[in-house]
Design a protein around this ligand. Structure first.
Ligand SMILES: *Cc1c(COP(=O)(O)O)cnc(C)c1O
Length: 346
């Protein structure tokens, strides 16, 4: 797997740290927990899409693009990271936003990732939930071509065989860090959505016979759909790497989709608990849509005894904490000002 034969730009802050979570591990009393800090990839508050964009944007430039089009949910982290790299490279950027939650409050519609998208100068447009977003991107692409522009369309989450190379590379990075630390990794756990992160990791870990199993915690669709999405992408990545597309067995793709709650982007109690625990025990900020639910799944599985004491579990922090600022109401935090006034009687 010589990834350097594929076009790639280097703007992510790599390698991201792989750190022990000692206080959280002790508090939960289960396996030794580690965290891979892909929230620290550097681009506009970081996140997992930055690794994919190194390959995607290199491909776009090689094809002569001057404009990037992509899509996601209103608070898409992928859109925000795309807007940032487009700004840095002087590319025009269009982000098509699908309203998957129906929320109309100011924080959700204008704060968090949306604030950052607009600061980076991206063009935003909004579509109702259930819209065929790929068709809308193609329509916009044709329209911009008509104006003499050279658009490059990046699929939602950057999850195709090009973008996913970022996570094949991340798997190799994790293996080399583990070797340097003399760390035997028994499990890797992370939040899985548009499938590119998990597909890349599985390809990197299974394709090198590292014996590191990956568990994706789903945030949107049911388990079978999610696993099939990931596995189909694994086969496309293998083809792109000129490896046999049946190199990796279907069983290597495992997702647990029991922690979605009421739907994509809808808060759950487990997510709120996970975000508070990581903030209070490790000083680390997760996000409400992905890493918070991923960690909620990991915590619940630890409580169910799914992992053995002494095992080493690496949670991949895929970023997204800019989204916290669109979920203020979800955390029902005490009103410190009202408390102060009550105490001082003023
Ligand atoms: C996109 C995203 C994920 C999911 O990654 P996929 O490659 O889409 O499966 C997880 N966490 C965060 C914070 C994300 O933005």
């Amino acid at each position: 797997m010589q990834l350097s034969r594929f076009p790639r730009l280097h703007f992510a802050h790599l390698p991201t740290p792989l750190e022990p979570m000692e206080r959280l591990s002790k508090h939960l009393g289960g396996p030794n927990l580690w965290i891979k800090r892909d929230d620290c990839t550097g681009l506009s508050t970081g996140g997992n899409k930055t690794r994919k964009l190194e390959f995607l944007v290199a491909d776009a430039l090689e094809k002569g693009a001057d404009t990037i089009i992509t899509q996601g949910a209103t608070q898409t982290n992928h859109g925000r990271q795309t807007a940032a790299i487009a700004a840095k490279l002087g590319l025009e950027c269009h982000i098509l936003l699908e309203d998957r939650t129906g929320r109309t409050d100011r924080d959700y519609c204008y704060n968090g990732n949306i604030l950052l998208d607009q600061l980076h100068g991206a063009h935003l447009s909004e579509y109702p939930g259930g819209t065929d977003m790929n068709a809308k991107m193609e329509e916009l692409s044709a329209q911009l071509q008509g104006q003499g522009k050279k658009p490059y369309v990046i699929p939602g989450g950057g999850s195709n065989e090009v973008g996913s190379l970022g996570y094949v590379s991340a798997a190799l990075e994790i293996l080399s860090q583990a070797e340097a630390k003399n760390l035997r990794i028994d499990h890797v756990v992370h939040a899985t959505g548009s499938a590119g992160t998990q597909a890349g990791l599985v390809t990197g870990f299974a394709g090198t016979n590292s014996q590191v199993p990956v568990l994706g915690i789903g945030v949107r669709v049911p388990q079978e759909t999610q696993e099939n999405n990931v596995y189909n992408l694994v086969k496309r990545i293998l083809g792109h790497l000129d490896l046999p597309t049946d190199l990796i067995p279907r069983e290597a793709v495992v997702a647990n989709c029991n922690y979605v709650g009421d739907g994509y982007g809808e808060p759950t109690e487990g997510m709120v608990e996970a975000i508070k625990l990581l903030a209070e025990y490790e000083g680390i900020l997760l996000d409400p849509v992905y890493s918070g639910k991923g960690m909620a799944g990991l915590i619940d599985l630890i409580r169910q005894g799914h992992f053995k004491k002494g095992e080493n579990v690496v949670f991949i922090h895929t970023g997204g904490n800019a989204g916290l600022f669109s979920y203020l109401e979800t955390f029902s935090l005490p009103d410190y000002r009202a408390q102060t006034r009550a105490q001082t009687g003023s």
